[in-house]
Design a binder for this molecule. Sequence first.
Ligand code: SF4
Ligand code: SF4
Ligand code: SF4
Length: 314
Amino acid sequence: MDLTRRQALQKFATGTAAAVATAGLTTISLPGSAHGEEVKEAPKKAVSMLYDATRCIGCKSCVAACSEANNLTPDTGLSGGLHQAPTDLNAFTKNIIKLYRPADGSQWSYVKQQCMHCVDPTCVAGCSFFALTKNPETGIVSWNGSKCMGCRYCEISCPYHVPKFQWQGMNPKIVKCEFCQERLAAGKNPACTSVCPVQAVVFGNREELLDEARRRIAESPDKYFENRIFGEQDGGGTQVLYLSHLPFEKLGLPNLGTESIPSKYMKWQRKLYSFLVVPTVLYATMVGVIRGSWKEHQHHMLEDQKQTGLRPQL
Ligand code: SF4
Ligand code: SF4
Ligand code: SF4
């Protein structure tokens, strides 16, 4: 896809606002913004995952299967090399199980975390170089290393703190769940959903999984928090859906409202663009950022030179 200067500028602006909105978690209440202008919907064939925290036994089979299916180096540091023990999503972990257990020991729960494959993803909206894209048929959000400039906007702007930058190696990557696309192409289900011994996480079409979640809620009306499916509408909707007996925020799922962050921002951006405020502010910001980075770079370079005697090849 060709990238025009205007597109890059608009995407830079979207990413900046998204990062600001995410940092403030998360409602940028924009003056006079009307609702419902930019609503995006999941594709009809959207692939999806339903995780039911009330079923999960915390065995972490899904974590090991994800690592194996994605050829990731097992994160065994904390276990002294014995078994997978990642503490969070990281450069070698696309899927993790965490435990919520308050000090009084009451009402605990496991929770699975991976990319949510948002219906209107902030990471895609903010990536100035189209390195992150959402497949129009499956809705899978994937990363293209040949387009990525390593700016890490996606890492800052994602409201679920999912993408991680792999610093190690000569060719660093953005690491996040891409819904086991190669397995799907081979007619298999995603690895994490294939191994769960209690079907706490299941794979399917988004509409069908929403129906399944509604069925479970109807069957046990007092079991689930607010009788609600996280991801049906949260943050504009996600393709990973959650059921839980505890408030979703306790499980690290933020309260985003029903509108997506890019949707909120685009309305704001249109208003400001109409007064040419954004281009002016953005150019000034970009010049400031570049000058600041360059000065910092020079400072580090001089420090390195003092310590190592190395010189850049000019
Ligand atoms: S969860 Fe984050 S990384 Fe995944 S699609 Fe949504 S914004 Fe992008
Ligand atoms: S869909 Fe694949 S990459 Fe994503 S969490 Fe599951 S196993 Fe990992
Ligand atoms: S495999 Fe199933 S039960 Fe085991 S931790 Fe993963 S989601 Fe929970």
